[in-house]
Design a protein around this ligand. Sequence first.
Ligand SMILES: Nc1ncnc2c1ncn2[C@@H]1O[C@H](COP(=O)(O)OP(=O)(O)OP(=O)(O)O)[C@@H](O)[C@H]1O
Ligand SMILES: [Mg+2]
Length: 233
Amino acid sequence: MLLHVQNLTVQYDPHEPLVLQNISFSLEAKERVALIGANGAGKSTLLLTLIGVIKALEGSITLGGIPLNREGLRDLRRLAGMVFQDPDNQLFMPTVLDDIGFGLRNYGFDEKTIDERITAILAHLGIGHLKNRLSHKLSGGEKRLAALAGVLVMEPSLLLLDEPSAFLDPRSRRTLISILAGLPQAMLVATHDLELAQALCSRLILLKGGRVFAEGPAQELLQDHALLDQAGL
Ligand SMILES: Nc1ncnc2c1ncn2[C@@H]1O[C@H](COP(=O)(O)OP(=O)(O)OP(=O)(O)O)[C@@H](O)[C@H]1O
Ligand SMILES: [Mg+2]
């Protein structure tokens, strides 16, 4: 088992209701799971908790056998890579090239390896022409692909993708889906794009009001219109 989440509970503000309640699920290596739910259901919160950006009130998270705690955090961040819902929260170096190379430099890779990996990932995503551009001047879709490149270049075991198809034009969206489908990594994909979920994911976790409302084979659940309706979709 790659990821194991047990009884996860999250609260942003002690005076407010719990944002996530008793979330439990597992992910096998290479498994692709969609995380579906209405606005505010807690999808982004869950993904951010899984990489330790948000601290859980209760519960446990284990990734690749490593428990998420202060000691395990650095190793865990290497195992899991997240593409944020808003790419402006992700890109922070001046140029695309610096941004994509940042994580690798941080982990002490040599410049030759860094250069090779960046060139390969840019070609794979079809964004080689963006490498010398200023990150903050890219379009929404270009930013999304640059952010994805920065995560993929680290070769994590688990990809946490928050609305990966947002901002993308139809062709870039199709390209993204086929790229993701060809990746060996396990993925947890938060999305409102049910077509993407269907095309990419074998399993689906449906959140409602911070709880797991349903979980099962994606094909089956996505056909259950009454269920999706009850979840506010
Ligand atoms: N930093 C924060 N501080 C306080 N409350 C927050 C914070 N971030 C999110 N929330 C609240 O937590 C709940 C879950 O938000 P979250 O962003 O996880 O939902 P989501 O399922 O990702 O929604 P969307 O589909 O709109 O992206 C919402 O009620 C939201 O208002
Ligand atoms: Mg969200």
